[in-house]
Design a protein around this ligand. Sequence first.
Ligand code: PHE
Length: 453
Amino acid sequence: MVSGGALGQPENDRGAWNSRLGFILAAVGSAVGLGNIWRFPFTTAEGGGAVFLVIYLVILVIVGLPVMLGELALGRRGKLNPVGTFRRLANGHPFWVGVGVLFVLTSLFIISWYSVIGGWVLRYIWGSANGSYFADPAGYFNEIQDGPIALGLHAFVIGITALVLAIGVSKGIERVAFIMMPILFVLVVGIAIWVATLDGAGEGYSFYLSPDFSEFDTDILRSATGQAFFSLSLGQGAILTYASYLDDRESLSDNGTIISLADTGVAVLAGFMIFPALAVAGLLTTEAGPGALFIGLATAFAELGTVGRILGSLFFTALFFAAFTSAISLLEPSISFVRDQFKVPRVKAAILMGIIAYIGGIFAALSRTYFGIAAGDGTDIVVILGGLLISLFAGWFLMDAPEEMNRGGRLRLGHYAMWMCRIPIPVVLFTLLVLALVDYVNAIRAGEVFLGL
Ligand code: PHE
């Protein structure tokens, strides 16, 4: 086992955050993404509105936050990419090295479909500005999901993501987060307030906030947990890698709590934008589902005419910023992997991983079936598995985990996190994983895949 702080010079050229705020913004940038604005509202709607919200918040405290602290602690102790970190902390044990490899592969897998949606979002900024989806929002969504333009925009998103990463940790990742995150926050709050002034918004709030306990079942538990991990960027190395660039004096308990709260805050706020907007368009109940945003909200914008053009362009710009800063964090684990392990220079590593992510995304941009499987339960399953592995490692194998988590801050959640990671979280996650796999196999057999396509 390696203790933090005494790792010597070799890692110094890996990069480091310039400031605490820079790290927080970058990590919040990773966490706040399509998961908050696109996935959270419809998962909430499907899960019965307020009931889901309550379960989500509980899961966040008992599962999400401890795993967040565990992943942060692992990354900062290991001070390397996921593979190097596990190798170092587990003294080269092949199982854990394999887990590191799994993380690198998972992050590449997620970015490959994630950046395809990033491309759709770009198209919607344009489509809002010139009103091109106003006549037929559902038809537009259907049309833009795949094909050569979707592929081209996917390439573009991957290209600019790799570009930022080629520039580096503080000059690239941190700088983009510094610019985009405040703008995103202002846009989200501004749009939520604006939407509140529209006629008919009230119904949206009651839909979002009135509990429907008849919807409660284990599926909700699973989707809330998968959603929490996905939204917090846990279980595939993004937070681990970002933490590897973090100074030893920084408090993980404090920073991890801030990141989790900010992420949840934006998700809850996104509900305050989307449900009232859907209510205004009269689409509240019919359009809950993955199309809620791209069809439902788009219809709401279309009905608002010129106001909708402005509102729509701003909204999709905010969504793009959110997706972009998350995409950056999804490509970084694999880049830091080839940098640390094979001493490939950052620029070359970024080009190489950009190409691999691009190729992975070809499937998502051309096949709806693949996209459906990948973006839906496929991702839930891999991040829940990743969360389980992090929690086991942090709970049982990371020496002095509580001390690592508590050092230097006001909050002292280390012991709580470690105990949760030892037994309760693994039990919950293992159970959910089994249930998810059973469901997943059944869904594939029945030919039902995500998005219903
Ligand atoms: N957390 C991001 C979102 O909510 C997605 C993401 C997952 C980013 C995993 C990095 C790692 O959109």
